[in-house]
Design a binder for this molecule. Structure first.
Ligand code: FAD
Ligand code: EPU
Length: 341
């Protein structure tokens, strides 16, 4: 028997803290429950949205349809050899708890992704990344359920077509599948430590760590993130609101001629990635507050809800930011956050 709740507030279910209501809401804890849900009239007749931790969504209105909350739990080792393990993790597991479990067991590969909010199931969708690592590097396969017929299917790593904050689940197969679990391949020895990015090295030095380990890298990443990014429990936000844009070399040179200190990252195809946070700050938005919404004072890429802001206000602010970055730099920012109309 599938249990639906009606007119449920989503305030606790999205990290922006937007007080939108869902006409129907269902909590899914097993794949069998999901398969039963697919047979119901409510699923067949209503639009639906799958929701993990709600840390990458912005609700513009009440959701006039069915919210499917992902609460499948469990982790199991499905394969092991001399140097690696394959860990199958259910979609509703909290990502940071997965990272902590792995770090404690000395399973390496995801320590740089510590403290990213959200669930396991959502992680492959935008190929979560931070501090020089993307989750694609450890994803072996993704188990999905086809929302049309309830059939289970395994999507192998190469079929996921991962890119920067992208995958096939966000493009061609958007809303086609329910991700039920993800299998990660992690190293049990000879860890490949990644400390070159951002402030990791400096933070390790401050911690007096001379021989880093996956445990101390995780601690350093947690420390850096806590100093830069607002805690959604205190200040509503969804992390970076926009993706970092990539522009042609010539375009970058024009910007650099006027702003010699513009930060940049080289990409593989000769283009240049420019931090959106810098562009937004240059347009004067950093720390701006408009009624109950605004741009974070420590990180201009993060839009915030001071408490009673609504989704439309945050969206309107994002549109104004897009316009001013376009006008000043001729760059069109694209949202990373999923806008739910
Ligand atoms: P949700 O927001 O619930 O959903 C996101 C999308 O995935 C929606 O379209 C939803 O329909 C879909 N979805 C969710 N679960 C499933 C499923 N099981 N099957 C099918 N579809 C599904 N991201 C980064 O990459 N790097 C960062 O460093 C980072 N830092 C952040 C810091 C903060 C403070 C915050 C608030 C967010 C940050 N994010 C970051 C963004 C966010 O944490 C990730 O995108 C995360 O993977 C979202 O997980 P979620 O479970 O909350 O997804
Ligand atoms: N910067 C500014 N002003 C700002 C913010 C940033 O000038 O207000 C400059 C910084 O000085 C730095 C550069 O921009 O030179 C990059 O800043 P930061 O290291 O904070 O990273 P980011 O590019 O803003 C990205 C990801 C984050 C991820 C961090 C760390 C995107 C869209 N964002 O942010 O991911 O945690 O790097 O790897 O790629 C997310 O996706 O939600 C997210 C938080």
């Amino acid at each position: 028997m599938v249990k639906f709740e009606k007119d449920k507030s989503l305030k606790e279910f999205n990290t922006f803290g937007i007080d939108a209501k869902a006409r129907y809401f269902v909590n899914i804890t097993t794949t069998e429950e999901l398969q039963a849900l697919l047979q119901t009239d409510i699923f067949k007749n209503e639009k639906h949205l799958i929701l993990g931790g709600g840390s990458n969504v912005l609700f513009l209105n009440d959701f006039e349809g069915l919210i499917i909350k992902v609460s499948l739990k469990g982790m199991e080792i499905v394969e092991q050899d001399d140097e690696t393990i394959s860990l199958k993790v259910a979609a509703g597991e909290v990502w940071h708890e997965v990272v902590m479990h792995c770090v404690q067991n000395n399973w390496g590969g995801i320590e740089n992704l510590s403290l990213i909010p959200g669930t396991m199931g959502a992680a492959p969708i935008q190929n979560i990344g931070a501090y020089g690592v993307e989750i694609k590097e450890v994803i072996k396969e993704v188990e999905v359920i086809d929302l049309k017929n309830g059939a289970k299917r395994i999507i192998k790593h190469d079929e996921c077509r991962f890119g920067y904050r992208e995958s096939v689940f966000k493009s061609e197969w958007k809303e086609k599948y329910f991700i039920s679990s993800v299998t990660l391949t992690l190293r049990t020895k000879r860890h490949q430590l990644n400390i070159s990015y951002g402030a990791i090295n400096d933070t390790l030095q401050h911690m007096h760590i001379t021989t880093p380990s996956i445990q101390t890298i995780s601690q350093a990443v947690v420390h850096i993130r806590q100093s830069k990014l607002p805690d959604p429990r205190v200040l509503g936000n969804a992390g970076s609101f926009f993706k970092n844009p990539t522009i042609a070399q010539e375009h970058y040179q024009l910007i650099k001629n006027i702003n010699p200190t513009v930060p940049s990252y080289q990409t593989v195809n000769q283009e240049v990635k420019v931090p959106a946070g810098w562009l937004i700050e240059q347009c004067g938005w950093k720390g701006k507050k408009i009624n109950e919404v605004g741009v974070h004072a420590q990180q201009a890429l993060v839009l915030v809800n001071y408490g009673s802001g609504n989704g439309k206000e945050i969206f309107e602010l994002s549109q104004k930011i897009i316009e001013s970055v376009k006008e000043k730099f001729n760059i069109t920012l694209t949202p990373e956050v999923n806008i739910i109309a």
